[in-house]
Ligand binder design. Structure first.
Ligand code: AMP
Ligand code: ZN
Ligand code: ZN
Length: 398
């Protein structure tokens, strides 16, 4: 072989290897939740990375499912089923089959029990059954052995795991050899929701949290680009955030003897069970018109809420006027800062949606959050299970 030819080969081989490496890297689908990122936070001019992804790809506003809380909506987005049909009807709930216990997101004994989760099958399980490797860097439900399945890589939720570490975990997974590299991963951040609760949606602290998570998203996209890993990235939020204060309180104790009810949930909405033997008095007192709050028997909630048929929904659901808080006696949480859980028609409950590298373009408008599921499944390449979604987002894919 003459010297010129061997020189050319020496130059060309690494390039060919790189091209081949880029070629063999199938795109990964990453579903990112920024808890409590209200849709209009994207207009604050403090999110260079998210705004770039939105401008280059697609963006819109997700209408959460009622109740506009964390667990019901995270499960809705990965199952395509509204809370009534996915079984996670609240952050707190009681099942008539287990009346002595209460599901609560802060109580791992209940929240990690598959009993609560197996009314629907989340995307990572369906994908896993179809032979797609999955990994979850936190997502409500991902730590639970639903139908005895978990993602091959999952982590027990721990808010002390730093945000940079969460991003590095995703990047480390992507550095793996192709046969053990996930093709679908989730990533979750709580900072924006935390600051929204403590300081309210218009606070400097919320803006600082938004900027911090935006930087982490930038680290993720830079890390992926450095290893030439193509990615479909969906960035979502579960609900928005609304300012609350002590001047806007509906006190249930002013309407009813608190001993006659069990308040399963209080705040922007209240889930109320009459205590044994007190039904008539409770219904009479609560179902009449009130200022700043509307109560309905669960079977009589407005159809548009798609809520009340699951036996886990409490007998009476009271929804506060946006900005108001329903409390029962002395609240266990401070009535200040911000809250969510209101009617899902409230514009301040609308949540972030950004899609990058998916083929979606432009402004997709306001879309029900259950529509994330068929889109996600199309991107992963797995047939979705029957769900409540119409497929309106997935149909926009080229
Ligand atoms: P919310 O009360 O609806 O605002 O719930 C938000 C909180 O849910 C966050 O502050 C997180 O700490 C918590 N959270 C998020 N994911 C999980 C999880 N997988 N397990 C337990 N708690 C979680
Ligand atoms: Zn949330
Ligand atoms: Zn929250």
């Amino acid at each position: 072989m003459n010297r010129l030819l061997s020189l050319l080969l020496a130059l060309a081989l690494p390039l060919a290897a790189q091209a081949q490496d880029a070629g063999v890297r199938d795109p990964v689908t990453i579903l990112i939740s920024i808890d409590g990122f209200r849709a209009d936070y994207l207009d604050r001019g403090i999110t260079p990375n998210l705004s770039r992804l939105a401008d280059e790809g697609a963006h819109g506003k997700l209408r959460p499912s009622f109740p506009t809380k964390t667990f019901p909506n995270h499960y809705a987005m990965v199952t395509g089923k509204r809370p009534d049909n996915n079984g996670i009807v609240g952050n707190n709930m009681i099942d008539p089959r287990r009346p002595q216990v209460k599901f609560s997101l802060g109580d791992p004994k209940q929240s990690l029990d598959p009993f609560w989760w197996d009314e629907a099958e989340p995307a990572w399980i369906t994908a896993g059954k179809a032979g797609v490797r999955t990994a979850t860097m936190f997502w409500p439900g991902s730590e639970v052995a639903i139908g005895e399945h978990r993602p091959p890589d999952w982590l027990r939720y721990d808010e002390h795991v730093g945000y940079a570490q969460r991003v590095n975990t995703i990047l480390d997974w992507m550095r793996r050899p192709a046969d053990i590299r996930p093709a679908f991963a989730t990533l979750y951040f709580e900072a924006v929701d935390d600051a929204g609760h403590k300081f309210g949606p218009d606070s400097a602290e919320v803006n600082a949290a938004i900027s911090e998570i935006d930087k982490r998203i930038g680290d993720l996209t830079a890390g992926l680009a450095a290893m030439r890993q193509r990615a479909h990235i969906l960035i979502v939020a579960d609900h928005g955030m609304r300012a609350i204060d002590e001047s806007r309180i509906v006190q249930l104790a002013d309407l009813i003897d608190l001993a006659s009810i069990v308040a399963v949930e209080t705040g922007p909405y209240a889930a109320i069970e009459p205590a044994a033997g007190t039904d008539d008095r409770v219904y009479e007192a609560l179902l009449k018109p009130h200022d700043h709050m509307t109560c309905n028997r669960r079977e009589e909630l407005p159809e548009r809420l798609h809520y009340g048929h699951n036996p886990r929904v409490a007998a009476i659901i009271c929804i506060a006027e946006p900005g108001w808080s329903i409390i029962a006696g002395t609240p266990s949480w401070p009535v200040k800062g911000g809250a969510h859980g209101y009617d899902n028609q409230d514009s301040e409950m609308l949540a972030l949606f950004v899609a990058s590298g998916t083929g979606l373009n432009g402004d997709v408008g306001i879309v029900d959050n259950i529509e994330v599921y068929p889109l996600l499944m199309r991107l992963i390449g797995v047939t979705p299970l029957p769900s409540d979604a119409s497929g309106v987002l997935a149909k926009r894919l080229p």
